[in-house]
Design a binder for this molecule. Structure first.
Ligand code: AMP
Length: 173
């Protein structure tokens, strides 16, 4: 399945979850096994040249693509989660949102130092979430080989906020 067919499956919902946001809904891709397989295959092809040794997936839609990518690429999967979800000792990073702040955590012993990771999420908007995940990995002395998204909202300039190679399957202006 080509990339334009995957793109046609993504729904755009105005004013969700709040006014002014055009929400990109990837659930129709998940509901179509051929589309999900093609998405994972295309994303894996973009990530592979960066020679990642592990996949780091960002909660929560990043988990869906991240676990499929980890299986497809035969790589270990590491979860970056919202605070209070991971049961063992964690490293935490806080980051600013438009209103207020949030934080991400990772199990300290899930991340291997001097190891190359591909960070994945469904979508990059401002880049703040992924930037925090990158910082978290670097605090553990891991390397960010590449970051990969299904969707990039180009107009928000998130890519420029990430100090790592970026690959996106679908670009939206
Ligand atoms: P950001 O930190 O601004 O790059 O936001 C990225 C995170 O927010 C990702 O985990 C996305 O799932 C979610 N997100 C932001 N904007 C949208 C949108 N328009 N549609 C769907 N998800 C979004």
């Amino acid at each position: 399945m080509d990339i334009q067919t995957i793109r046609a499956l993504i729904h755009e919902i105005p004013d969700f979850p709040q006014p002014g946001i055009l929400f990109r809904d990837i659930t129709p891709v998940l509901a179509d096994p051929r589309a999900l397989r093609a998405t994972v295959t295309h994303m894996a092809e973009a990530l592979a040249p960066h020679r990642p040794e592990g996949i780091v997936a960002i909660e929560s839609r990043g988990f869906l693509l991240g676990s499929a990518l980890a299986m497809h690429m035969d790589l270990p999967l590491v979860l970056v989660r919202k605070p209070g979800k991971l049961p063992r000792p964690t490293q935490r990073v806080s980051y600013e949102l438009e209103y207020g702040s949030d934080a991400l955590e990772v199990h300290v012993d899930d991340v291997r130092a001097d190891t190359r990771y591909a960070v994945v999420d469904d979508l990059i908007a401002t880049g703040g979430t992924c930037r925090a995940a990158i910082e978290l990995l670097r605090q553990r002395n891991a390397e960010v080989a590449v970051v990969g998204f299904l969707i990039e909202l180009e107009a928000l300039g998130g890519r420029a906020r990430l100090d790592a190679p970026v690959t996106s399957l679908l670009l939206y202006s």
